[in-house]
Ligand binder design. Structure first.
Ligand code: PLP
Length: 381
């Protein structure tokens, strides 16, 4: 047997973030601003509902598509973003991660072109590539936004899919309705499908989140991805969803029913409870906002800091004579602070670092002070 691992799998690189997890494992002194995971526990009412369901013995599979009450709740929830979807378009998944995987597997044939604005969340490129997609990236520095022109520049590659993520990981930027209308114009003109990862939609600090699916002419072109990991701090419970046009929904369901069967039952029950009140989110959001304001205020003197309008990340540009990877490694070794090198999110992220402020305020403050000491030592430009 000459080849045991599929060529495309062999070709993809392991996640740059994983590498960094390995580097800090076991080091108690390190303050990690590297992980994109809420530092809050799952709201108690959600945990209670899940515990109660276990006591009652609700541990069987659900239907492949998810619990009817949850699908209804999700369709209802998206009405607040102007999307009028039927519960029958909702597929409940094991996180947005599975929903993304289903989406690309359902729509890509080998050789189809996928456009990814970069810097971008680390999973999009490898998962698109594994299922035969050819990735074309659009570097979006320094403002991190897609525009009509930027999309039109890649239209020569006849792209089939555009991946959008806002509020964005790693930059924290988001889009206004007007900016999204411009993106939508290009999408329609070049006949593309959008995969819109809106997992941070509840953590929008300026204005209100607008789903691109709510814009004229987009209803049949957008696969919305969302979930409970970030807004309800439910990362380990693995529950998310996609809302898709009916034909794409059918394609995704075919894969999901063979590969996953259903999302975890206990977590789906928790998700039903989660959607009953958005109050917990408001409390967490207020704390994230306080931290964001602190971080950008302090770092502004030493970095170029694009103001994040959502999520819980800052993506500052540094002015030291070293690469992003060197910055991250030296900072970790010398100051015991872990951040992620910007180029883990695409080549154009070189010269940047990603800081996650999903960390308790006191720890965050200590870590930011250590970062400031570090840049002072190596020279403020
Ligand atoms: N999408 C983005 C943009 C993310 O940042 C993350 C996690 O960091 C995910 C998806 C994964 O979400 P889930 O936990 O629902 O699989």
């Amino acid at each position: 047997m000459s080849r045991r691992i599929a060529k495309r799998v062999e070709e993809i690189k392991p996640s740059g973030i994983r590498k960094f997890f390995d580097l800090i494992s076991g080091r108690e002194d390190v303050i990690s601003l590297g992980v994109g995971e809420p530092d809050f526990p799952v709201p108690w009412r959600i945990r209670e509902e899940m515990i109660y369901s276990l006591e009652k013995g609700y541990t069987a599979y659900t239907s492949n598509v998810g619990l009817p009450e949850l699908r209804k709740g999700i369709a209802e929830y998206y009405k607040r973003f102007g999307v009028d979807a039927e519960p029958s378009q909702v597929i409940v998944t094991s996180g947005v991660s599975e929903a993304f995987d289903l989406a690309v597997r359902a729509i890509l044939d080998p050789g189809d072109v996928v456009v990814i604005p970069e810097p971008s969340y680390v999973s999009y490129r490898p998962l698109s590539y594994i299922c035969g997609g050819e990735v074309v990236s659009i570097p979006t520095i320094p403002d991190f936004k897609l525009t009509y022109e930027r999309i039109s520049e890649v239209s020569q590659f006849k792209p089939k899919v555009l991946i959008l993520n806002y509020p964005n990981n790693p930059t924290g930027i988001t889009y206004s309705k007007k900016e999204l209308e411009e993106v939508a114009d290009a999408v329609i003109e070049h006949d593309m499908i959008v995969i819109s990862d809106e997992i941070y939609c509840e953590l929008t600090y300026s204005g209100k989140h607008v789903s691109i699916a709510s814009l004229n002419g987009m209803e049949d072109r957008v696969i919305i991805l969302n979930g409970f990991s970030k807004s309800f701090a439910m990362t380990g419970l693995r529950v998310g969803y996609a809302i898709a046009p009916p034909d794409i929904f059918e394609g995704m369901l075919k894969i999901h029913q063979y590969s996953m069967l259903c999302a975890p039952t206990t977590s789906q029950i928790g998700a039903i409870e989660a959607l009953k009140s958005l109050e917990d989110i408001e409390k967490m959001k207020a704390e994230y906002l306080r931290r964001r304001n602190y971080v950008i205020k302090v770092l502004d003197e030493y970095f170029e800091v694009p103001k994040p309008e959502g999520a819980f990340y800052v993506f500052p540009k540094f002015f030291l004579d070293m690469s992003s990877e060197d910055f991250v490694e030296k900072l970790l070794i010398e100051k015991g602070v872990a951040v992620v090198h910007g180029n883990a999110f695409g080549e154009c992220g070189e010269g940047y670092i990603r800081i996650s402020y999903a960390v308790k305020f006191e720890k965050l403050k200590e870590a930011i002070e250590r970062i400031v000491d570090f840049v002072k030592k190596y020279g403020k430009s």
